[in-house]
Design a protein around this ligand. Structure first.
Ligand code: SF4
Length: 269
């Protein structure tokens, strides 16, 4: 279904849903009274999705001495290991999120599931250093959707950070609405020119160059489609961009380098 507003994935407790471990919520009135007029919400609660129920035992993050970088999840008092269940649940949730086409996330601060950072993480025996890390679900989102803007409920209280986040969400939404034509991309770039300039003049010039390169590439493909050139011309051009942008998994493909160039077979194509 075509979206008419940006779609924001949001921790359900911020919308007032009684999904917290104690059956409470963390209702944010600005989000439900003001922001709701301009965006649609996609409520999520990873812990309810895991089947932990409401109310439920609190959970917390921990790390082991063997692998200090891997974050794990367990129930706080009974120490029931929950990491595998969580990861399986996130995989299912991610598939649904893919279909929903989310433009941004607002996540409950400091939650062991939803917190984007600063979540208390204890050592396995709770005697080691306490670390401040992202929650397990938020970490999964960051890996899966690095380009989707995310903000935590605490930072949403800061006027500047809130404005930046909403601006980025709208950019993501408008970009997702493009019809795939060069014209729509050029119009998008034109309308975002001053915002891009404000962020980085260098990046804005780079994007302008990329759009121009794309135009040349499309012209070469159009010529090939019309039978005006052999296929090695677009293949060589694509190969050039792959090397320039260091797209490693494509650089390895024999499709772009199938035999010794010295054979000069491309002349006959
Ligand atoms: S912080 Fe996340 S996991 Fe916890 S109650 Fe809210 S939505 Fe559910």
């Amino acid at each position: 279904m075509k979206k008419t507003k940006p779609l924001i994935g949001i921790s359900g407790c911020l919308l007032g849903q009684a999904v917290r471990y104690n059956k409470g919520n963390t209702h944010d009135k600005w989000i439900t009274n003001e922001l709701s007029k301009y965006v649609d919400f996609y409520p999520i609660c990873p812990e309810v999705e895991m089947g932990l129920g409401t109310p439920r035992e609190e959970i917390h993050l921990y790390y082991t001495e063997q692998d200090k970088k891997e974050i794990k999840l367990r129930s706080k008092f009974t120490r029931k290991e929950l990491t595998s269940l969580a990861n399986e649940t996130y995989e299912k949730m991610n598939k649904k999120s893919d279909e929903a086409q989310i433009d941004g996330y607002i996540l409950m601060k400091k939650s062991p599931s939803c917190g984007l950072g600063n979540v208390k993480t204890v050592s396995e025996d709770e005697k080691g250093n306490v670390k401040l890390l992202p929650g397990l679900y938020a970490n999964n989102l960051e890996r899966r959707y690095p380009d989707i803007p995310k903000q935590d409920s605490g930072r949403m209280k800061n006027d500047l950070l809130r404005e930046q986040f909403i601006q980025t969400v709208y950019a993501h939404y408008r970009f997702s609405q493009l019809d795939g034509s060069m014209k729509s991309l050029r119009d998008f770039q034109k309308k975002y020119k001053y915002i891009l300039m404000e962020h980085s003049q260098n990046k804005m010039r780079q994007l302008g160059g990329m759009a121009a390169n794309l135009e040349n590439l499309l012209a070469v493909l159009r010529d090939y489609k019309a039978g005006l050139s052999g296929y090695m011309i677009p293949v060589n051009l694509i190969s050039f961009f792959i090397k320039k942008n260091k797209v490693e998994y494509l650089m390895e493909q024999y499709y772009f380098d199938p035999y010794p160039k010295e054979l000069k077979l491309s002349k006959v194509l």
